[in-house]
Design a protein around this ligand. Structure first.
Ligand SMILES: *Cc1c(COP(=O)(O)O)cnc(C)c1O
Length: 215
C-alpha cells in the first residue's frame, strides 16, 4: 500500500509548483478494489475516496461508514438522473455534472433536501464521442446555467484522452475555470497527477497507484 508515497509525491509537486502544502485534496479511487485494501487505507487514516458507480458505492460505503468516522465520498463517474437521489445520500461531492437535465434534477433535489453535494462540471476537453462531459465551446454557458440555478459549483473536472499529452487538457480546463471564476480543478490520475498539480489541480483522483491494479 503506497498511500504514504503518493502523499509525499503530492507534497513535493505542491512545493515545486509554489503552492501551499495541503492545497491539493487526494481522492483515493477505490472502485473495483477488494474491501480489505480499502479498509487498509482507512486504517491508515485516509478519509477521502472516489467511486465511479452509484450501485457499487451503495454496496460498500454504508458499512465502512459504520466503522470509520468522517468519510468524504466523491462520485467521479457518470450519473443517471434516476440515481441522483441515491447519489445525494451517498456522496459529499459529484464530479460528473455534464448536462442540463442532470443539473435541473440536482437543483430540484437540493431544494427538497435543503442541502446539496459539492459539484464539479465535467468538461470533455478531448471532444471524444464516447466520453461524458460538456464540450469546451459549451462550457461557459453551462457553467452559467448551473450558477443561475444556485448550484454549489466547486469547479471543473476532466479525463484527458489516453493517447494525448494530459497537460494540454489540464491547461485547457484551468483556462475555462479561470475565465468563469471557478478555482476547483478535479484533474490528474495515477499516471499524471503531478503534471495536474503543476497546472493547478485542487483534487487529484488516484486509484491504482495507491491500491494496486483493479479486479
Ligand atoms: C478510475 C478513475 C480514476 C483513477 O484511475 P487510476 O489510473 O487508477 O489512478 C480517476 N478518475 C476517474 C474518473 C476514474 O474513473
Amino acid at each position: 500500500m503506497s498511500l504514504e508515497d503518493i502523499r509525499n509525491r503530492i507534497r513535493k509537486a505542491e512545493e515545486n509548483a509554489g503552492r501551499a502544502s495541503g492545497s491539493v485534496t487526494l481522492i483515493a479511487v477505490s472502485k473495483q478494489q477488494p474491501d480489505e485494501r480499502v479498509a487498509a487505507v482507512l486504517e491508515a487514516g485516509h478519509r477521502c475516496f472516489g467511486e465511479n458507480r452509484v450501485q457499487e458505492a451503495a454496496g460498500k460505503w454504508p458499512d465502512f461508514r459504520e466503522r470509520f468516522q468522517d468519510i468524504d465520498l466523491h462520485l467521479i463517474g457518470p450519473l443517471q438522473t434516476n440515481k441522483a437521489r441515491q447519489a445525494f445520500d451517498l456522496f459529499q461531492s459529484i464530479h460528473s455534472v455534464d448536462r442540463p437535465k442532470l443539473a435541473k434534477t440536482i437543483a430540484r433535489l437540493a431544494q427538497e433536501e435543503g442541502s446539496c453535494p459539492e459539484l464539479f462540471i465535467q468538461v470533455n476537453t478531448g471532444e471524444e464521442d464516447q466520453k461524458a462531459g460538456v464540450l469546451p465551446a459549451d462550457a461557459d454557458d453551462f457553467i452559467n446555467d448551473c450558477k443561475g440555478m444556485d448550484l454549489p459549483v466547486r469547479g471543473l473536472m476532466c479525463i484527458p484522452p489516453v493517447e494525448e499529452e494530459p497537460s494540454l487538457h489540464f491547461a485547457l480546463l484551468a483556462k475555462i475555470a479561470k475565465r468563469n471564476g471557478l478555482n476547483g480543478l478535479s484533474m490528474g490520475m495515477s499516471g499524471d497527477f503531478e503534471a495536474a498539480i503543476a497546472l493547478g489541480a485542487t483534487h487529484v483522483r488516484v486509484g491504482s497507484a495507491i491500491f494496486g491494479a483493479r479486479n
